[in-house]
Design a protein around this ligand. Structure first.
Ligand code: ATP
Length: 344
């Protein structure tokens, strides 16, 4: 288990991580997601033991490894790391890179471990190759095997896919997830790419400006964002103005919504309602229509930007055989699963 409690980290007088709390259960894969400079890498480095804490604590399998008073050295923490730039040795073979951290093992033990790990990461015949003979995806698999070889208590992955092609990123993220799940290893990934986060993590922490905004499953982040930052950072969507009516119903130019959950907004309060592209269903038989302003072909779907009669714009994700031209009016129906409101 990995737990961070009230963690704050500062570079000189500048506190770049503020009161961060989260925990990962054994075998759980977490992700810190956020824009550049929000403090993700600093947290990862603190877990590995490369940064000291200003306050709070980090607990790794029941041992407090970091606090303002306590600091266990990186090499004693049994933490594995995978980096964006692979950090592999070019003058060593794949097999020697993987066994590099196994100084105390015998030659036969090393060979067996390398064989097992190469099998696990899907490169069973490449042990004798050198780094310049491998693709980016293969290099990252070798880096993963090397990090796993000493059987770390927790695996940390710092933007491991960002130097790879977009197409490869998601499929490798899914493959690595499968490998980590087979081993039941606890892992924490850092990325600014939500698709990578969704492909790999069980639970995601969205960060902004050194603070953890929300720690939740991908589904919850998308459907129940806790604030405007998370709503805006995760997925697409627009905020439509509305007014709270009796019994928590909300009136907007798109109609009156009845919340499925109890909202604590007062009657008469002005709010913004989050509408995701998948909340708006294209329906030819609907009396409500909107004009196509923009369209983006996404293969199986088309993302339409639509203008309502009231002038507001919303997005609609429609199956791609519903192909309409810009300027055309199309029927839409609202299918709001969760009513997400933010006070104005
Ligand atoms: N060694 C350092 N000395 C001083 N400030 C630093 C140091 N390392 C990072 N920072 C600052 O701390 C803040 C958080 O940086 P960090 O690298 O953790 O962000 P990040 O979210 O990982 O960003 P990115 O996605 O760009 O890597 C930034 O404002 C950065 O400039």
């Amino acid at each position: 288990m990995l737990a961070l409690q009230h963690v704050a980290i500062a570079y000189s007088a500048d506190t770049v991580v503020k009161d961060v709390n989260f925990a990962l259960m054994p075998g759980q894969i977490g992700c810190l997601l956020g824009p550049s400079g929000c403090g993700k890498t600093t947290i990862l480095r603190a877990i590995a033991g490369f940064e000291r804490l200003k306050s709070g604590s980090i607990v790794l399998q029941k041992t407090e490894v970091s606090s303002a008073q306590q600091h266990i050295n990186p090499e004693q923490r049994q933490v594995g790391m995978v980096f964006q730039d692979f950090a592999l040795f070019p003058h060593l073979s794949v097999a020697d890179n993987i066994s590099f951290g196994l100084a105390r093992a015998s030659k036969a033990e090393k060979a067996q471990k390398v064989r097992q790990l190469l099998q696990l990461v899907g490169l069973p015949n490449l042990g004798n190759r050198f780094m310049h003979q491998l693709s980016g995806g293969q290099l990252q698999r070798v880096a993963l095997a090397r990090a796993l070889a000493p059987e770390p208590k927790v695996l940390l992955l710092d933007e491991p896919f960002s130097s790879l092609d977009t197409d490869l990123r998601e499929s490798l993220a899914r493959d690595i997830r499968d490998i980590l799940k087979q081993l039941n290893i606890t892992a924490l990934l850092v990325t600014h790419d939500q698709h990578e986060a969704f492909a790999m993590a069980d639970i995601i922490g969205v960060m902004s400006d050194g603070e953890l905004q929300q720690w939740a499953t991908p589904y919850e982040l998308y459907h129940k964002p806790i604030n405007r930052f998370v709503a805006d950072f995760i997925g697409r969507g627009v905020l439509v103005p509305g007014t709270v009516l009796a019994e928590g119903k909300v009136e907007t130019n798109l109609g009156i919504f009845t919340p499925r959950y109890n909202n604590i907004m007062q009657q008469g309060a002005r709010v913004d309602v989050l509408i995701r592209p998948d909340d708006i269903v294209h329906d030819d038989s609907s009396p409500v229509t909107a004009a196509v302003v923009e369209k983006t072909f996404r293969g199986s779907h088309i993302l339409y930007q639509l203008k309502l009669k009231s002038g507001e714009q919303v997005q609609c994700l429609a199956l791609s055989h519903h192909n309409h031209a810009i300027g055309e009016d199309i029927g839409i129906r609202l299918d709001l699963d969760h009513l997400v409101l933010f006070p104005v």
